[in-house]
Design a protein around this ligand. Structure first.
Ligand code: GAP
Length: 458
């Protein structure tokens, strides 16, 4: 476990050092549960989102995209039950006033069998066990247990009236349900069909923790797939298989994932069957993504229906919901790809399709204009316009550049050297060295073949 903590620290430190992820509001002391993504972090996120959209929307014929407003009328969240039920059990230390999510407090105090306990049972366990002390100040002086609603409340417009109350959405899902009718009216899809959305979600987590695993502001990639009621099981199995395929495609270590059927007591209030796909993070096995059978709960709560053209009757489709946390995908990819088998050369073994930088271009020496000009004009410009995610790197010696690119997870480093100019060996003119990140081996490739060489790796 010490070793695992060490791994998490190394990943967090790499993310900051190399410009992937920074603490939110860092220069003012940080805001817990928020993170800012730097250049390579944004690039990795975009590549993950693109891989998701490509497979689940563009790669299918039955999906419709949505980008709904984050702010919605309060009635949406009243209808869904989020105002009444979207809460976590909380207890406060009366001495230092630190608040804890009760199940997390029990788990961190080494208690087992926490899953499925009611708020009263958790409260009894906390108050009766002399070893459950405040993790902040060590006191054993607990207040009353309460349900804490996790939605961030805000007001829309200048009115102080309660009708102005709105919430930052805690899931992207509802943005799709409230656009169900619009989508059906605009596209006339036949069942089964799905809606997909990628966007921010907000939860006022009592104890945000474990880097980007549990944040207060994060991104989701969700699908609501509408089926005939008797077809839900078949669709559920299909989506579980699809989710596993995608996990492999983006380079998450499949051997670290397990499917956990979620017990009746632990399922979200809207779900009749849920499977959590769990991942072995260095801080324990926890949820990566979820797959839920939401029945007709949401369409019913919004009073929505579908006219079945097959028999001209009205019906309410049932919903299968594959839900992916973008930040958890990001973290699982980092953990799966961090390779320190050579401690001198730790690197991120990103798959080329999601690597923030597909290749870096360097002149062997930065003080030789003939090398610099060739590298810039004939190689960098061409690859940059073809792939976009190409980096110019002439900082430090070649060894240092390789180390830097290894940490960024760049699969290929391309170097323009004197042989490229063909001064001594004319047969090597207009060729460059391409170094492979994973093996460290180099090969010479013709400049004219670089684009097809890289394309073959994507
Ligand atoms: N619409 C269903 C839904 O929101 P959920 O299990 O609460 O279900 C779906 O969330 C996914 O969102 C999770 O599997 C996880 O990947 C991600 N997620 C949830 N809460 C998160 C948080 N606080 N920080 C980062 N990701 C989170």
């Amino acid at each position: 476990m010490e070793q695992d903590k060490d791994l998490m620290e190394k990943i967090v430190s790499l993310c900051k050092r190399r410009g992937f992820i920074f603490q939110g509001s860092e220069i003012y002391g940080g805001l817990a549960g928020t993170f800012d993504f730097g250049h390579f972090g944004v690039a990795l996120k975009n590549n993950i989102k693109n891989a998701w959209w490509k497979k689940f929307v563009d790669g299918r014929t039955d999906m419709y995209g949505v980008d709904a407003a984050i702010l919605m009328r309060q009635e949406v969240w009243q209808a869904t039950g989020h105002v009444a039920n979207f809460a976590d059990p909380m207890v406060e230390c009366q001495k230092c006033k630190k608040q804890f999510r009760m199940d997390h407090l029990l788990e961190q105090s080494g208690k087992t069998g926490v899953v499925g306990l009611t708020i009263q049972q958790m409260s009894d366990k906390i108050k009766s066990g002399s070893d459950v002390v405040c993790l902040e100040c060590g006191a054993r002086n607990w207040g009353e247990a309460k349900q804490f609603n996790m939605m961030f409340q805000t007001k829309v417009g200048a009115s102080e009236d309660s009708s102005a109350v709105s919430y930052l959405r805690p899931e992207t899902a509802q943005g799709m349900f409230v656009n169900f009718k619009n989508t059906v009216d605009a596209f006339h899809p036949k069942l089964p069909f799905g809606m997909a959305q990628i966007g921010k979600a907000f939860r006022n987590e009592i104890t945000p923790r474990d880097f980007i695993f549990r944040q207060r502001e994060f991104e989701q990639m969700e699908i609501e797939y509408f089926v005939r009621p008797d077809a839900w099981e078949e669709s559920f199995d299909m989506w579980l298989a699809q989710m596993h395929e995608w996990i492999e495609e983006v380079g998450i270590d499949v051997n670290k994932t397990t499917d956990l059927p979620v017990s009746d007591e632990d399922r979200a209030f809207y779900s009749q069957k849920t499977i959590d796909i769990e991942f072995e993070y260095p801080f324990g096995k926890k949820e990566l993504f979820g797959l839920a059978y939401r029945t007709d709960y949401d369409l019913n709560t919004h009073k929505l229906e579908y006219v079945d053209e097959e028999n001209a009757t009205k019906m309410v489709p049932h919903v299968i919901e594959p839900s992916f946390g973008l930040d958890r995908a990001f973290l699982a990819i980092l953990i799966s790809t961090y390779d320190e088998s050579d401690p001198e050369r730790p690197f991120l073994k990103f798959k080329p399709n999601i690597a923030p930088v597909i290749c870096a271009v360097s002149p062997l020496l930065k003080n030789k204009p003939e090398l610099v000009n060739y590298a810039k004009d004939n190689v960098y410009a061409m690859l940059k316009s073809e792939f976009g995610r190409v980096m110019w790197d002439d900082n430090g010696n070649i060894g240092k550049r390789y180390r830097r690119q290894d940490e960024i997870g760049t699969p290929y480093c391309i170097v323009v050297d004197f042989d490229t100019l063909g001064e001594e060996k004319p047969e090597l003119k207009d060729t460059v060295t391409v170094r492979d990140r994973d093996t460290g081996t180099q090969e010479r490739v013709k400049v004219s073949e670089l684009v097809s060489f890289l394309k073959s790796k994507l």
